[in-house]
Design a protein around this ligand. Structure first.
Ligand code: ADP
Ligand code: MG
Length: 403
């Protein structure tokens, strides 16, 4: 398949005019009690919602929020999101106290064309995560058309992203999901070469499948962050107090050999920033062969930054996942922010995936995020796509069975 969107209808092409549209959004926003601390997920859903409203649809937004374990829990209510959405849209957003049952049915029946409601947290029903058939049917009965715009959830076969979608003949993706599938699909299926992948983050063990998949496609694989420590240790370097996954040394050696066998350039840091711990006020730049006793590598050094970024100028595709260091603390953020800025300035097709990496891009400096071609909103989902997996919430949109 060369077109990753093959068989998936866009909201542009769905019969939504004057219809009831079930819109799966991702309003799982960061919050402090009832206060939303970052509303970007709500804002990013606006183009899809507004498009539907302008076409006279009645939009039934549905989302999960947090991980309520024992049914309804006011702590995990989506009410603050409904209020915020109303402010952003400049119109009322009805909010039934439950996503199914009489409350939901009444709100939907009363919904005027060109208006939206937000259902209460889907996960107040354990049936959501179990993809329970009866629950799916109750949700599906609320609407005529199904649209998914919640990329962060498409790797899970939960009711609202999978079972519910199947019950609609008219189903497709919103603008956010469309861009995710097109951008990530492009670099999985037909990346333009040279292709440079930059991996970092906390652990090799989190990313084994990603590394394996990338080795099949990339020209160069750059490894930084704590993940690089394990590779450096596998090459016989003494990483002292650094985070090293001792049980993954053989795996790191296998990956190094595989890369050689495939002619993939594997780049590791030459220098690192070390300190006695993440709370240290400053770090010291050392060669990877000379990590002082009782210190740990918490960032990549300037030589590594220059070497890594040198490959960006000629790359036609760059994918980045995983910070280059303990970027949450200023003395160790240089490498991560430098990679983010270099990606912004790179001429190729640049994609960032992963929750922490995306967060780093937004704080890396003015204009950085805007210049990166695609910043994925789905941590787990983006990595699973990169691994080459078929994701249930995407594949279900290609099918045509349904009501
Ligand atoms: P993503 O969410 O983008 O996939 P990960 O979750 O894999 O990224 O990794 C992010 C975490 O890795 C961050 O919390 C960062 O502080 C940590 N990290 C990166 N490099 C190091 C390092 N050298 N030492 C300790 N922690 C590190
Ligand atoms: Mg993470």
């Amino acid at each position: 398949m060369t077109n990753p969107l093959e068989g998936i209808r866009s909201i542009r092409d769905l019969p939504i005019d004057n219809r009831r549209v079930f819109l799966r959004v991702d309003f799982n926003v960061p919050a402090d009690g009832k206060k939303i601390t970052d509303d970007s997920r709500i804002r990013s859903a606006l183009p899809t919602i507004q498009h539907a409203l302008e076409r006279g649809a009645r939009v039934i937004c549905a989302s999960h929020f947090g991980r309520p374990k024992k049914g309804p829990d006011p702590k995990y209510s989506l009410e603050p999101c409904a209020a915020r959405l109303a402010e952003l849209l400049g119109k009322d957003v009805a909010f039934p106290e439950d996503c199914i049952g009489d409350a939901a049915k009444k709100v939907v029946a009363d919904l005027r064309t060109g208006h939206a409601c937000l259902l209460e947290n889907l996960r107040f029903h354990p049936e959501e995560e179990k993809n329970d058939e009866a629950f799916c049917r109750q949700l599906a009965d609320l609407a005529d058309v199904y649209v998914d715009d919640a990329f962060g959830s498409v790797h899970r076969a939960h009711a609202s992203v999978y079972g519910v979608a199947k019950l609609f003949r008219g189903r497709g993706c919103g603008f956010l999901l469309e861009k995710e599938i097109a951008s990530l699909g492009k670099i999985v299926e037909s990346p333009d070469l040279p292709y440079v992948a930059v991996l970092g983050g906390a652990k090799v063990s989190d990313k084994i499948a990603v590394v394996e998949a990338l080795l099949e496609r990339v020209t160069a694989l750059v490894i930084g962050g704590a993940m690089a420590n394990t590779f450096l240790a596998a090459q016989g370097r003494n990483m002292q107090a650094s985070l090293v996954e001792a049980d993954k040394l053989p795996l790191a050696r296998t990956i190094i050999e595989k890369a050689q066998g495939k002619g993939v350039a594997l780049l590791l840091p030459q220098d690192v920033v070390v300190a006695t711990g993440p709370d240290a006020a400053t770090g010291q730049i050392v060669n990877v062969d000379a990590v002082p006793a009782a210190t740990m590598a918490l960032d990549i050094g300037p030589k590594s930054i220059a070497e890594f970024c040198r490959h960006f100028a000629t790359a036609k595709t760059i994918f980045w996942n995983g910070p280059m260091g303990f970027f949450e603390k200023a003395p160790f953020s240089t490498g991560t922010f430098a990679i983010a800025r270099a990606m912004a300035d790179a001429p190729g097709f640049t994609v960032v995936g992963g929750g922490d990496s995306a967060a780093a891009v937004y704080v890396a400096g003015a204009g950085v995020a805007e210049k990166i071609k695609h910043i994925s909103t789905g941590g787990g989902a983006s990595l699973e796509l990169i691994e080459g997996k078929k994701l249930p919430g995407i594949e279900v949109l290609r099918g045509s069975e349904g009501k």
